[in-house]
Write a protein that binds this ligand. Structure first.
Ligand SMILES: Cc1cc2nc3c(=O)[nH]c(=O)nc-3n(C[C@H](O)[C@H](O)[C@H](O)COP(=O)(O)O)c2cc1C
Length: 329
């Protein structure tokens, strides 16, 4: 997720991952026209820790030469798969005919998968939406085309391009697709709690679940899910229980945000790190009962020290977290 799926976030999440659990870790979407000229591994979007496993960088693109050059670089960087973005609805992506624009051109979309598959031995996945119109037959045919070209799995966010993140994700579509699609399917959209994860898995029979926005507020969701499945605690947290009550989650939020700020200080130049931290808070804040009052001081901060002061002040009062919130579009 642009501005969110970065190394500080992955480090934060790793601290909450049940010991031994295997996850797929996407990156922010990476423009395949730019990657060939970039120092992959040194840019902010591609910083990684050496011990990281399961990295599946997401690329945006539609031209063979750029895709090939990008995949080669990502292979050397340590990718264990390549994800193609066919869901991004922003104007820039539409203008360049990638992102969800590819869903308007099924023949070309499958060629993009084919050219990515040819570029390396890595598995190739696609992240897509329901399309441009509600048409299940079209969607099934579209997906079958991607699979014929070698797509190894799919992540589906069941909203139309025009819907952005408005309204509710239609999990029912995931259920219908799961019945007819022959590769693993990852369901996505509006998952906020461990119960939501179980409901999505049981209700749709998807093979995995992708959580987006809610993980910024509740990174310990991974720990909660692990507990519900009977998995081991995260490393260093053996003997502890995952935070569950509103008060426990409020207290954990303080620890998580402080940890994140330390990571930003270590990894990002100050001006950029401050902007990224502000963006992170804007995404995660709706789950905090009084999150609105954190926003002003965070947004007006111009340095890491200011951000720290804003956090310290906010958490000098006991904070609580809501289980669910109206997800903003
Ligand atoms: C700030 C932001 C950036 C996003 N960037 C990407 C992206 O780079 N690639 C992508 O496939 N989806 C991206 N998405 C969409 C999410 O992956 C996800 O499909 C959507 O937020 C719905 O899932 P959620 O309800 O769990 O957040 C982004 C969403 C947000 C809020």
């Amino acid at each position: 997720m642009v501005g969110l799926s970065h190394l500080p976030m992955r480090r934060l999440l790793r601290g909450y991952t049940p010991e031994g659990a295997k996850l797929l870790w996407p990156t922010e979407m990476l423009n395949s026209r730019r990657l060939p000229n970039e120092l992959v591994g040194k840019t902010l979007e591609t910083l990684r820790d050496t011990q990281e496993e399961g990295l599946v960088p997401q690329i945006l693109g539609n031209e063979e030469c750029f895709i090939h050059a990008s995949v080669k670089k990502l292979l050397d960087w340590g990718a264990c798969g390549i994800d193609i973005n066919m869901g991004c609805p922003v104007q820039k992506a539409l203008r360049h005919n990638y992102g969800v624009a590819l869903m308007g051109d099924p023949d070309y979309a499958r060629k993009v998968v084919g050219m990515t598959v040819k570029a390396s031995h890595l598995p190739v996945s696609v992240k897509l939406r329901s399309g441009h119109e509600r048409d299940m037959d079209f969607l099934v045919r579209f997906i079958e085309g991607l699979i014929e070209e070698g797509a190894a799995w799919l992540t589906i966010h069941p909203r139309l391009a025009s819907e952005g993140r408005r309204g509710k994700a239609r999990w029912e579509e995931l259920r219908q697709l799961r019945r007819v699609i022959r590769v693993p399917l990852i369901g996505n959209g509006d998952v906020q709690t461990s119960e939501d994860v179980l409901t999505m898995l049981e209700g749709t029979h998807c093979d995995m679940v992708m959580v987006g926005r809610a993980l910024t507020a509740r990174p310990w969701l991974l720990w909660q899910i692990g507990e519900d499945f009977g998995w081991p605690a995260p490393v260093g947290r053996v003997g502890e229980r995952a935070p569950r009550t509103a008060r426990e989650e409020g207290a954990e939020s303080e620890r998580a945000l402080n940890y994140l700020l330390i990571q930003f200080r270590e990894l990002y130049p100050e001006a950029l790190g401050v902007r990224r931290f502000q963006f992170f808070i804007r995404t995660s804040m709706p789950w905090l009962t009084f999150g609105q009052s954190l926003l002003g001081p965070i947004n007006s901060s111009r340095s890491y020290d200011h951000l720290q002061m804003a956090l310290d002040h906010f958490f000098s009062f006991d904070q609580e977290m809501m289980l669910k919130t109206d997800l903003r579009s």
